[in-house]
Design a protein around this ligand. Sequence first.
Ligand SMILES: [Zn+2]
Ligand SMILES: [Zn+2]
Length: 636
Amino acid sequence: MGVEELLQEISAEIRREVPGSVEITDIEFEAAVLVIYTKQPERFAEDEDLVRRLAKKLRKRLVVRPDPSVLAGINEATEEIKRIVPDEAEITDIYFEPDTGEVSIEARKPGLVIGRQGTTLNDLKKEIGWAPKVVRTPPIPSKTIKEIREYLRSVADDRKEFLRKVGRRIYRGSNKDEQWVRWTSLGGYREVGRSCHLLQTQDSKILIDAGVNFSNDDKATPYLQLSEVWPLNQLDAVILTHAHMDHCGLIPLLYKYGYDGPVYCTPPTRELSVLLQMDYIKIAAAEGKKPPYESEHIREWVKRSITLNFGDTTDISPDVKLTFNNSGHILGSAVSHFHIGDGFYNVLLTSDMKYERTWLFNPTHNKFPRLEALIMEATYGGKNDFQPTRQQAHEELGAIIQRVVGRGGKVIVPCFAVGRSQEVMLVVEDLVRNGQIPRTDVFLDGMIWEATAIHTAYPEYLNNQLRNEIFHEGNNPLLADIFRRVDSQATRREILAREGPCVVLATSGMLSGGPVMEYFKEWAPDKRNCIVFVGFQAGGTLGKRVQQGMKEVPMAEGGKSKVLHIEMEVETVDGFSGHSDRRQLMNYINNLSPKPDKIITMHGEESKCVDLASSLHKKYNIQTWAPYNLETIRLK
Ligand SMILES: [Zn+2]
Ligand SMILES: [Zn+2]
């Protein structure tokens, strides 16, 4: 059945259920959401069961929106909101989303916008026609989130047209040929970096991740030129699992080369990816390199992004449904579950995962309605890849800070802006709060502050305990007053000149540029100071060489080369990793429900992928593979 026929059938069904006096002005798919436009949205609101009944009957995600003709103008509606909502609610922002007919009201006291039993909200609805959504004001304003929202608002009309096009493509009808499923490895197999996969069925082509590998110029990008993928406009959808550059780095490039479909990801994945991609082209330009894409291509993908929260299931092509769940790796990172055909086959891609409760996140989701094939990471999948627990890492870091601060030294922690920094912040805050280390200033330099702001805007993506701390106790540890933002060269100079102990968290994580270099150059020659590595140091980076004990580092300064003598203490604290170690990977399979009958390993050095695949086969008698890039496996 084609989309026109389907819509006719759906319209007839809706007309049967909805009272004749309700005026329906349009019924259309916007991506996979069936949207009913009406001049009397209140009639749907009165009968709550009506929408639920319809959605169940039609087996579609369904929303009812006011017809644009009943919406008040944006200025008028803004005035009404300010008049109706009491000042004590402390509204900080009002933003309209014309493509959905919704208005988000951001307030410090959201309860007062809602009013007793929702009365204020109902009054609002009646007066302005827009559907109000109430959002708690994030504790730290994020420039990235603000800019993305403003941009999406400015392209609302284009976006609506785009979503309708996607909807028509998804429901174009499935061909009735023989059904099959295959998986192709396009990058990140028997290696780490440039992650990219293709899921193909008789009806669909779905690309997952498009990452870049910074540490290997010859093998920096995935094999996108295969005929199954190229030209890119044959793809039904692109899925983005999380915001690390080895997964999201080339998403904008897809638009430069002709892809014009949707990218599905969680909301924080979109915001963090944009932050890192913008930084990537900025750094490339500063180093005199030509970045592979421009900021306009980043905007192109944002315009076509479709965000899904954990647990939402959506059609993405005629025969594939996608559901994201928590992977525990970084903010918004997801395991992707693909339900193919009507119960024909189910595939789960873990992407990067942490199967341990961390200071920030819950462990990887491990219960699914159905599951036949699993594609899993193997970063620490080797038989000796055991890491200390979070608790041991906590104690170790505490002991180092206490020792260094006690002798009047300074501590530098090079970190990635996303994930590791926030975990180190939580540990340091906890150590200070419990009196295990003396109170010291902790300076946050580079993109850490902005990345932290994005974390506080999405408390529902953090683990239960942290979420409670943020919501219920007004006690957000990420906002403790020991943390100081470094946002200018002047502040940085002040810190560099300062006497006495302090802690600095700065990017980049592997001493490969970024503000951390300034602290390192200044403080390395003093033996009271200490540098603590908390993240993976790739071969060939300065971080790796310092970690291995290099004492003299040649440095370019003002065109001349100078030798930096490293006298400072060099420490490494393992256990802050966002990846599961060997034990956690094996446990994940043990606790996974249901058990798959096929497992593919990837995202790890060759030996780790092979070792994990063979150990899983031996232990669970499951068919396993550790494919090379460019292999295709028929799953069903
Ligand atoms: Zn990652
Ligand atoms: Zn990765």
